[in-house]
Design a protein around this ligand. Sequence first.
Ligand code: ZN
Ligand code: FE
Length: 242
Amino acid sequence: MTLSAHAVPLLSDNYAWLLRDEATGTTAFVDPADADACIAAIDAAGGRLDMILLTHHHGDHVAGTDAVRARYGCPVIGAAADARRLPRLDRTVVEGDTVALGESSLRVIDTPGHTVGHIAFFGGGNHVLICGDTLFSLGCGRLLEGTPADMYASLHKLAALPGDTLVCCGHEYTQSNVRFAVHADPGNAALQARAADVERLRRAGQPTIPSRLSDEMAENPFVRAPDVATLARLRAEKDGFR
Ligand code: ZN
Ligand code: FE
């Protein structure tokens, strides 16, 4: 039940995700913000689309949803809690629901913080996590709607997943995040090594995503924050960090 996860770069620094259940070819597209770019990626991968999944209501994740649905005639799945401000949903989901993708399945995880109705999807025998703007490589989403306590709880739910989980997040923010992470945790040797990897990848024009959850546990200061107050302080500091 391998689920392949292919990052599709969109807009200035977004990643949408093309997910394919390898056993059956069943395909999902996550966060189709730019319809033309999404359709080009889907067609390049064989032109099959079985469903659209949405992580949260921001335009840089959902703006192309209706055009992509119209093109492939597939259902759109998103959070029941945010149905009123997401594109029209054909299926609403809540925490603990399962979305079948061929022989693979994806579990819905509530991850409020960046927005109040944000959800993540986790599944595949190879442990794929689609986490939108909640957990980033070496960072976390801005608290635009939720509280530090919301984000703390969301990150801890994700941190309980298997260490080999592939973290498929919604933006290429790693280079900015790594500078702040090194500033926040200057004595972390694993983080220093990761910073060098990130700089090398970006210089070569390569994505830094997906990352591995065990690396986030060792290096991401937001995941490592021991309590809500520390997370709140780090998030506020990062908001003004240049
Ligand atoms: Zn967002
Ligand atoms: Fe975003």
